[in-house]
Design a protein around this ligand. Structure first.
Ligand SMILES: CC(C)(COP(=O)(O)OP(=O)(O)OC[C@H]1O[C@@H](n2cnc3c(N)ncnc32)[C@H](O)[C@@H]1OP(=O)(O)O)[C@@H](O)C(=O)NCCC(=O)NCCS
Length: 148
């Protein structure tokens, strides 16, 4: 069985994480953003998922006191549909609980039914809509949240 690991993201992971980002989002983050998040933002917590030696996914969140916001989560397309996303999100929730987080929230594109279904499995429910939130196509964001 191939070894699956999840660990804290490091600066050396950025190039590989960007590959995941580029095939997952219409507006992938720049290298500078990742450096800022990993090196300068004390509130940011990023984790990568590795299958053997390959980074196949990552998740990030900001934690402010007892509130967490998921910033990004993605799995390489060829590895989707095998519960890797669920494992990654579950790991992030566990980490948040360890940090004393009471409430976790995120924004998701209205059209992103796959992600919304996954979040619902963790008890997240829609709590509001940010109209025209995404600048590339003015799509609405659904805010989803859960009490941990
Ligand atoms: C969202 C994402 C991380 C899910 O990862 P994944 O590894 O494919 O998901 P999993 O295999 O763990 O599935 C978890 C749940 O998601 C939902 N899901 C996954 N694939 C689905 C599909 N093709 N259709 C409908 N629901 C789906 C299901 O609820 C599934 O649980 P189930 O298998 O018990 O029904 C992945 O699709 C991805 O990287 N998408 C692009 C980036 C993105 O949209 N990120 C979210 C930003 S808010």
């Amino acid at each position: 069985m191939a070894e699956l690991t999840i660990r804290k993201m490091e600066v050396d992971d950025i190039k590989d994480v960007m590959k995941v980002d580029e095939v997952s989002f219409s507006k992938p983050w720049t290298e500078d953003i990742f450096h800022l998040e990993i090196e300068k933002n004390d509130q940011a917590h990023y984790f990568i998922m590795k299958l053997e030696n390959k980074i196949i996914g990552y998740v990030g969140m900001w934690v402010v006191i007892d509130d967490a916001q998921i910033t990004n989560i993605a799995v390489m397309p060829e590895f989707r549909g095998h519960k890797f996303g669920e494992k990654l999100f579950g790991f992030a929730c566990q980490q948040a609980i360890h940090m004393g987080v009471k409430r976790l929230s995120l924004e998701v594109r209205a059209s992103n039914i796959v992600a919304q279904k996954m979040y619902r499995k963790f008890g997240l429910v829609p709590g509001g809509v940010r109209k025209n939130y995404y600048t590339d196509n003015r799509e609405d964001a659904i805010v989803m949240w859960v009490n941990l």
